[in-house]
Design a protein around this ligand. Structure first.
Ligand code: D5M
Ligand code: FE
Ligand code: ZN
Length: 494
């Protein structure tokens, strides 16, 4: 029964406190009781406590004795209600300045998927519809037609579709199979065309302008990606507060750089002017090394218990100065589901940390005093690097630009990035952020693209045997720091 209950909970995209699990298992019908509680919530709660389910049990019993046909349970005003992501923010602290971190969007508590084929169809339909709407507003694609109509036209056509396949012929021409809800058309990008250098990856949504030849092939004259507007102002804070960015700490690994960590931690707590202006630390995943993430990982661990790894991290975080509010999201080494979008850390891990840590999902869009930060661990860079000629692990900023142009964090499906079939595509870049940050590739850099500040946030782990074998040369112990007033960046090396 425990397993059935936990499966039910994860399908509903929420978390159960251990006490709530025990309480429910002592009830006659644990799933029905939890289900009735969840139905009574206006939104799926982030975590269900023992108080919630006990109260739900009382209400259900009262409802059953009072009126057998009560259609819906109502939740009393005193009951702990669901807390939507946008209201999970840190409480006020005694510092002279109140930190302000608001999670505007992440999957935590909103997962809906069960992993069926229908779910994937729904996910891709949603992706297509949203990105098509973005493309339709592009001047170059005004009057875009359905593929089924365009294929019969003898004039110039404009179509929007999802890339079902890209292949290169032996004469170096590229053929893109483009699909919309009802039809599909092969698009030819001639080897000698100026478009030959354009990168196109499977499952991205693009617009094509061209002519259909008598063999039904659409000869492309131009390709349009959703992209972001050419100019965007940085919506900065009025004071020069700064945010620092980290990821891939990999606590628990033998290659975790303890000495470098001691240095950055001391610096953050010291008297340096820049250090003293840092009020936020965004930690974008792989915060610990985890357990069983890759074959024979146990040989490379200095801490082989997952909770002990998070406890060690919590102790490290507790030594950071009080003025720094930490936002932490998971990556592919963390103890949450690997499929993206990843919900945030379970309560059993969160409770190990001090209250100045704010937990978010991967990816998440957050506001730091009004500055919008899109934080994503960056697993999809593995797929982008292997699909787009010219991209490399040393230039993660190029991969980030590729994501912004596609308005999608993980455009390629079926590669190394596992994607959960949620009802909506949470990996679409709906809103253009002020700062876009990724980690994962253990490199470092800052750049900007059309007014968006790009950050890749280094690592606190030395080269691992696996990375040595794959020629991945990390750039550890660098701390990118952004002035939230201006968007200006500096990188400090430790
Ligand atoms: O990833 C750290 C780095 O190692 C990152 O550049 C990706 C690379 N990496 C990790 N696992 C793989 C696999 N399976 N294939 C290719 N490249 C990989 P981390 O997430 O810290 O392990
Ligand atoms: Fe990592
Ligand atoms: Zn990673």
């Amino acid at each position: 029964m425990r397993e059935e209950l936990l499966t039910f909970v994860s399908r509903r995209g929420t978390l159960l406190e251990p006490d709530a699990v025990d309480y429910l298992l002592s009830q006659q019908d644990p799933i029905a009781q939890l289900d009735s509680f969840l139905r009574s919530c206006p939104e799926t709660p982030f975590v269900v406590t023992v108080g919630d389910v006990m109260q739900a049990g009382d209400i259900a019993r009262r409802a059953a004795t009072q009126a057998r046909a009560a259609p819906l349970l109502t939740i009393p005003a005193s009951a702990p209600s669901a807390i939507p992501a946008s209201f999970r923010r840190v409480g006020e602290r005694a510092a002279e300045r109140t930190p302000e971190v608001r999670i505007l969007r992440d999957i935590t508590g909103r997962s809906t998927c069960e992993g069926t084929i229908e779910d994937f169809t729904r996910l891709f339909r949603h992706r297509f519809q949203v990105l098509r709407t973005m493309l339709r507003s592009r001047r170059e694609l005004g009057g875009a037609q359905e593929i089924s109509k365009a294929r019969r036209s003898t004039r110039e056509v404009r179509v929007i579709g999802m890339v079902a396949d890209v292949r290169t012929t032996k004469n170096r021409h590229r053929i893109v199979e483009l699909e919309d809800d009802a039809d599909r058309i092969p698009v030819l990008i001639p080897a000698d065309s100026p478009l030959a250098a354009e990168s196109i990856v499977a499952d991205e949504v693009i617009g094509v302008v061209g002519n259909v030849n008598d063999r039904g092939l659409l000869i492309a004259q131009s390709i349009v990606q959703p992209d972001i507007p050419t100019t965007k102002a940085f919506h900065g804070t009025s004071d020069h507060v700064r945010a620092a960015f980290m990821s891939d700490i990999h606590v628990g690994s033998k290659t975790f750089l303890e000495d470098k960590w001691a240095k950055v931690s001391d610096w953050l707590g010291g008297g340096d002017d820049i250090a003293r202006s840092i009020r936020y630390l965004v930690v974008s995943g792989d915060v610990v090394d985890g357990i069983g993430v890759y074959p024979r990982q146990d040989e490379e661990l200095s801490i082989d218990d997952i909770y002990a790894q998070y406890e060690a991290l919590a102790r490290m975080m507790a030594l950071l100065p009080d003025r720094v509010t930490v936002l932490m999201l998971p990556g592919n080494h963390d103890a949450v589901r690997p499929a993206e979008p990843q919900p945030t850390f379970p309560q059993s891990i969160q409770k190990l940390f001090d209250s100045n840590i704010v937990f978010a999902g991967n990816p998440s869009l957050v506001s730091l005093e009004g500055v919008r930060v899109l934080a994503y661990h960056g697993r999809s860079m593995d797929d982008l690097v292997s699909s787009i000629p010219g991209l490399s692990y040393h230039r993660p900023m190029d991969a980030m630009k590729a994501m912004l142009r596609r308005r999608h964090l993980a455009p390629i499906y079926g590669g190394k990035t596992p994607i959960a079939p949620e009802a909506e595509d949470h990996l679409i870049i709906d809103e253009v952020p002020d700062i876009f940050v990724t980690g994962h590739v253990h490199s470092v850099g800052v750049d900007q693209y059309r007014g968006v500040v790009l950050v890749n946030s280094s690592t606190w782990q030395a080269q691992t045997p696996y990375q040595k074998m794959r020629n991945i040369d990390p750039m550890p112990a660098r701390l990118p720091i952004i002035d939230l007033a201006t968007g200006q960046a500096v990188i400090r090396e430790f």
